[in-house]
Design a protein around this ligand. Sequence first.
Ligand code: COA
Length: 385
Amino acid sequence: MNEYLPGLAGVPATQSNISDIDGENGILFYRGYPIEELAEYSSFEETSRLLLDGRLPTAAELADFTCQLNENRRIKFHTRGMMKNLPASGHPMEMLQTVVASLGMFYPGSDCLTGGDACRDLDYIHNTTVKIMARLPCIVTMWEHIRNGYDPIEPRTDLGYAENFLYMLNGKEPDPLLAEIMDVCLILHAEHTINASTFAVLVNASTLANPYTVMAAAIGALSGPLHGGANQRVLEMLKEIGTPDKAEEYVDKKLANKEVIWGMGHREYKTKDPRATILQGLMDKFMAARGGDLNPMFEVAKAVEAVCEDRLAKKGVYANVDFYSGLLYSEMGIPADQFTTIFAIARSAGWLAHWREQLSDNRIFRPTQVYTGEPRRSYVPISKR
Ligand code: COA
């Protein structure tokens, strides 16, 4: 096949049984379960196990996995020392990529992946999965304190995944509703077929690189504004618009200049992203719990969405997951430049599921290209140019 499709749009890069998107109808499934049901009934720990293993865990398996995640939260002081030496002005995604990449030096052992059957050391694969998933939220929250000049808050082993994240961020046990909302946010962001960052996982995994390098590559891809970085841009955009009555003028000006509206559009969905609908509902729930005290940015967001629906629906462009997530996180007091790190924490479950799937039937990625350069020619000595 020599046809070049920019962005590999519509080109299958792999076979996978982890998640599936019905883009026409706006439905997302993890291992066959609709995201709405997982958001309603599951927890991030359970959903992660589902993504990793392909089936819902038994009560004993879930308790065991949760315990392993809780017990693996401590961060070595060498890692903390390294974080203390990073520039506080750096973006948290840059910090996360750097620190995660360095973990491979602290936790060697990926040599067991080489050989005929890359997937044979299941203990290494499982233990590494737990190490990465358990540590990511700790690295992110520790950085928040370190970059502000404070010692980080130690993790607790008696709190759930979302609870411990909020505890380490704020230094106090979170309100149960906030922990529940964060848990749902993590579920919604845990997996999403073969997007740019997951493709980065596949490519890096296929070389049998160590899994921390694989994760670091994915974090780098996620950091871009066309991918995970959009949630931060959405909030900045809403603040720039300021009030709902300015939404129409702003959107029209952006479209006239051929600029994108952040948080709108998706390669796969031709209708509203189901995760955006769930997040919007969580926002309503959060506001109701606060006695209807409405964040003015929420009104601006609704106005932007209405204008975009009018102008962009004909192109199949609707609100995506990033449109409401940042708004929700900012309501929880989380700084805007940390929004994408939360995305990375959640997506680690999906990335690791794809890492395992790739290893189970591996062939190194080596695509081809359509050459558009000069025809063959001979070297010209510098004196004759
Ligand atoms: N704002 C305005 N127009 C948009 C748009 C947006 N956010 N997203 C897509 N469009 C328009 C494109 O300009 C294009 O119009 P055209 O046919 O007149 O040229 C059309 O819709 C198709 O979009 P295309 O760029 O081909 O989609 P894609 O699949 O290549 O890109 C995204 C998908 C996500 C990169 C793109 O929608 C985007 O940049 N969105 C904003 C960033 C974002 O929110 N990213 C998070 C994704 S979860």
